[in-house]
Design a protein around this ligand. Structure first.
Ligand code: AMP
Length: 504
């Protein structure tokens, strides 16, 4: 039997007349529409020369057509390659030069600027704009709806997603039909998703969170989602009266908390708030619960592995943890030097194994061998520990670990203490070069503005709370922390910016 994601998805449709996607302009796309329009698009792709295994690189705004393009690519046996809408022409040149897609779909407004890159990569260029119009839509509109889905094995590629590349060059993570299907089914079960669910979809669809977690679970459940082009507080409050689920990055939640509208009544219809892609502060979790009565469900995953862990739906959702391994996925913590598994409670490298784990990096066998062990465990690059109840705690990225005077300092521990100080909104702790210590613990702090904060006061407040070697040697005040589109603090930018700062 074929393991094509599209076949499995269509087999789970029980009501073809149910709404799959709704847009703010009032369009409703039923499951029957989705199958028909995906068939047209798959025929158009085949006519344009797409053969099974070929990549379709896509840099477009969020639209229903973009989702149809994703499903049609997979249905036609192709490999979907979504690209961040913020990438410049030079970045696109690298990605499509590396992936060598048969087709490159971009916004018509950017086509002149990107044509040369497409030509160099040997890709045929088509267009699709934010409203869903363009040469690609025209080709699909003229095509028949019947399309025999190309049979695929579970191990065949369905998508190629480039990592966000906060260190070094982005790598293309090869995701198979089996990876995507198994994770969608595991999450559907874990989060008790049903056809009655209505998701507020305010995430971008070029990333694993918005494309796979949000979209795949919804479609595999026969549920519906309302597409917002971007995070929009007013719309979210309007939709919460009839929606049931919100999936977001932590900044969604901190921003919603700043709005007086947020309370138990305005969230009464909602059954689930999910957070991921970056750490949710324990304080945000507690505040949200106090204001709304809902415990945000935090989960942990990444481009290469889909989702690995989740706080339980029915059990305790523990603030500051990413929960328990999903069924079928194993999580262990190992010594970063030797790779040996560490006893429970010790901090080390998080490694994961399971049907969710990718096949390797595109055309990078050495990188694949360095991060994906022969026994199937993927070395995530995240440092963490597993507590006595089995909950996974993340303490930071391996590359963010600070080594000062031979001691390891986990930034998150220091950040948690600084964030408790009155007048601190948030903080990021980084290591800067230091002549005696190798690296100096440096705190970058965003004040709330409600109290006068000084470097000395912050260092003093930490004196009794942290061992001396963990205390910041200097404190830098900033108005805001640099974040990428998924809400991750870009510590590499902070390190570059403050490299010249004298650390005393
Ligand atoms: P990406 O591949 O862009 O999805 O980034 C994956 C990385 O995001 C992970 O390796 C973690 O460092 C981080 N991440 C994702 N979810 C969480 C979470 N719930 N808490 C802390 N970090 C997270």
């Amino acid at each position: 039997m074929t393991a094509n994601l599209f076949d499995i998805l269509t087999r789970s449709i029980t009501d073809p007349g149910a709404t799959a996607i709704e847009t703010l302009s009032g369009d409703r796309i039923t499951y029957a529409d989705l199958v028909r329009r995906t068939g047209q698009m798959a025929n158009a792709l085949a006519t344009l020369g797409l053969a099974p295994g070929d990549r379709v690189a896509v840099q477009v705004e969020k639209s229903v057509e973009a989702i149809i393009l994703y499903l049609a690519t997979v249905r036609a046996g192709g490999v979907f390659l979504p690209l961040n809408t913020g990438y410049t022409a030079a970045e696109i040149d690298y990605f499509i030069g590396d992936a060598e897609p048969a087709l490159f779909v971009c916004d018509p407004a950017r086509a002149p600027e990107l044509a040369a890159a497409a030509k160099r990569a040997g890709a045929r260029m088509m267009t699709l704009d934010a409203q869903g119009s363009g040469t690609l839509t025209e080709a699909a509109a003229a095509a028949p709806a019947d399309f025999a889905t190309v049979p695929r094995a579970a191990d065949d590629l369905a998508a190629l997603l480039y990592t966000s590349g906060t260190t070094g060059r982005s790598k293309g993570a090869m995701l198979t039909h089996g990876n995507l299907v198994s994770n969608a089914l595991a999450l559907r079960e874990a989060w008790r998703y049903t056809a009655r669910d209505v998701l507020i979809h305010a995430l971008p669809i070029f990333h694993t969170h918005g494309l796979f977690v949000a979209t795949n679970i919804t479609l595999f459940s026969g549920a519906s989602m309302v597409f917002l082009p971007k995070f929009d507080i007013d719309r979210i409050f309007e939709l919460m009266t009839r929606a049931t689920v919100l999936m977001g990055v932590p900044t969604f939640y901190t921003r919603l908390l700043q709005d007086d509208m947020l309370n138990a009544e305005t969230t009464a219809n909602m059954r689930l708030f999910v957070s991921g892609s970056a750490p949710l502060l324990a304080e945000t979790h507690r505040e949200w619960r106090a204001r709304t009565g809902h415990a945000i469900l935090e989960r942990y995953g990444m481009t290469e592995t889909n989702m690995n862990t989740s706080n339980p739906y029915a059990g305790e959702r523990v603030a500051g943890t990413v929960g328990l391994p999903l069924p079928g996925t194993e999580v262990i913590v190992t010594d970063p030097e030797t790779g040996a598994e560490l006893p429970r409670g010790e901090i080390g490298m998080i490694e994961v194994r399971g049907p969710n784990v990718f096949k390797g990096y595109w055309r990078m066998p050495e990188k694949t061998a360095a991060e994906l062990r022969a026994n199937g465990f993927f070395i995530t690059g995240d440092l963490g520990r597993i507590d006595e109840r089995g909950y996974v705690h993340i303490v930071g990225r391996g590359k963010d670990l600070i080594i000062t005077g031979g001691y390891n300092v986990y930034p998150k521990e220091v950040e948690a203490e600084i964030d408790e100080i009155p007048g601190v909104l948030e903080s990021a702790v980084i290591g800067l070069p230091h002549k005696d210590f190798g690296e100096a613990v440096t705190a970058v702090v965003v004040p709330t503005g409600s109290a006068v904060l000084t470097e000395a006061a912050i260092i003093q407040a930490l004196e009794t709370r942290l061992a001396r070697f963990k205390q910041p040697k200097s404190v830098i005040f900033v108005e805001e922390l640099p974040r990428n589109t998924m809400g991750k603090v870009q510590k590499n930018l902070l390190r570059d910016r403050f490299l010249q700062q004298p650390a005393t």
